[in-house]
Design a protein around this ligand. Structure first.
Ligand code: ADP
Ligand code: MG
Length: 384
């Protein structure tokens, strides 16, 4: 994480005002892929890469945003904040301001400095960390407290409606409500959640394959349609099945013949992934790391073979990890077709694991992967 003192100094120099500082982390999903829109379970952890937001009041009726990562300033008159996106980084904080205003919170004139170390566009959700950091900073300045789950929903609306990105609730939720040394099991149906302890001697090693296959965009829509088709067919027999969250493997065995093969496989992934995700939380709670590793492995195989959302590079990254010392479990995380794998690794082996995984991956693909050694961290908070 960036230094709070350095950030305060930056803010003081630029705005001649003493700021309050807030942090909001990025995240990695340990297990539960494509289950969110089936009203199922996900289990992410907040990580120790974060966006910091320094904030102070102004008396000139303006909102001034400074992005230290880009060395860019944007100034807006408070009386006419932009009502639509421009495609720039300022959309994220502006979207949050607009959603706060829409909820009846009067936005004051303010100076906001953003500075983060969440890698941008690498699947660790720097966007959610910017939104949640901004929301924490502005509510802090207003002296109001919005409960974490509500803050997350507000930030999701900012991203869906203002930024125009169709994301689920997971990223903002764990950035707002995560806890150090814990994963967060989230029920996407009602947003109830519980924290499951990750042993302190484990690291979250995130390995970026550095590839993102261009089919990703279109395939996402196809997958969703297939999942919905399977759900509709099962619901003809059992109307209680509103989403695949409500279906069981027994349902699929009984009526699966009626579902086209691709949709049946997607459904099998969602149904088994929900069961695995809930069981993975129990494995953490009972410190059954062997079981947890097995569940992560099964989740990867299911994501790769049934959901067909992996790719050669991600399969290779998981296969190489499986051969290394200290690994508990590895799988492709995120939307699929590339991106990062998440590896639960014994802390004392993590550095060697990182070096060897990078070397072996590079040897076979010619691609140098970025690998981050992270730990589960607290959700958004005031610093200093
Ligand atoms: P990610 O997977 O990292 O969330 P996105 O494309 O959703 O990728 O979001 C990345 C965008 O979020 C960046 O292009 C930038 O506009 C914004 N962003 C992320 N971090 C920062 C930051 N520290 N300061 C300003 N904007 C940021
Ligand atoms: Mg994002």
């Amino acid at each position: 994480m960036q230094s709070v003192d350095q950030l305060k100094e930056l803010h003081r120099k630029r705005f001649a005002a003493e700021p309050a500082v807030f942090a909001a982390p990025g995240r990695v999903n340990l297990i539960g892929e494509h289950t969110d829109y089936a009203e199922g379970f996900v289990m992410p952890a907040a990580i120790d890469f974060a966006t910091l937001a320094a904030i102070s009041p102004r008396n000139d009726g303006r909102v001034v945003l400074w992005a230290e990562n880009f060395s860019e300033e944007r100034t807006f008159p408070l009386a006419s904040l932009p009502g639509s996106r421009t495609g720039e980084w300022s959309d994220y904080p502006l979207g949050v301001l607009q959603m706060l205003a829409a909820d009846g919170h009067p936005i004051p004139a303010l100076s906001l400095t953003l500075w983060g170390d969440v890698p941008l566009g690498s699947g660790l959700s720097s966007s959610a960390s910017v939104e949640v950091a901004t929301a924490s900073a502005v509510t802090g300045l207003l002296g109001i407290k919005i409960p974490g789950p509500e803050l997350a929903q507000l930030c999701q609306r900012a991203e869906n409606e203002f930024v125009g990105a169709n994301c689920g609730i997971m990223d903002q939720f764990v950035s707002a409500n995560g806890a150090a040394d814990h994963a967060l099991l989230l029920d996407c149906r009602d947003l109830s959640y519980r924290l499951a302890p990750i042993p302190k001697n484990l690291a979250l090693v995130i390995a970026n394959t550095m590839v993102r296959h261009s089919i990703a965009g279109g395939e996402y829509g196809t997958r969703r349609a297939e999942v919905e088709l399977a759900c509709t067919i099962l619901a003809r027999h059992r109307p209680q099945i509103r989403f695949l969250r409500d279906a069981t493997i027994a349902d699929l065995e009984r009526w699966g013949d009626e579902i086209p093969e691709a949709a049946r496989k997607r459904a099998r992934h969602i149904i088994t992934e929900n069961t695995r995700t809930v069981e993975a939380a129990r494995a953490l709670e009972t410190n059954d790391l062997a079981r947890l590793g097995q569940l992560m492995h099964e989740a990867h195989v299911s994501y790769s073979r049934d959901f067909e959302a992996s790719c050669a590079e991600a399969d290779l990254m998981v296969e190489l990890a499986n051969k290394l010392h200290g690994l508990i479990g590895a799988r492709l995380t995120g939307g699929g077709f590339g991106g990062c794998t998440v590896n639960l690794v014994e802390q004392q082996a993590a550095q060697d694991f990182k070096v060897q995984l990078a070397a072996n991956y590079q040897k076979q693909t010619g691609i140098h992967p970025e690998i981050y050694v992270c730990h589960a961290s607290d959700g958004t908070r005031r610093l200093g």
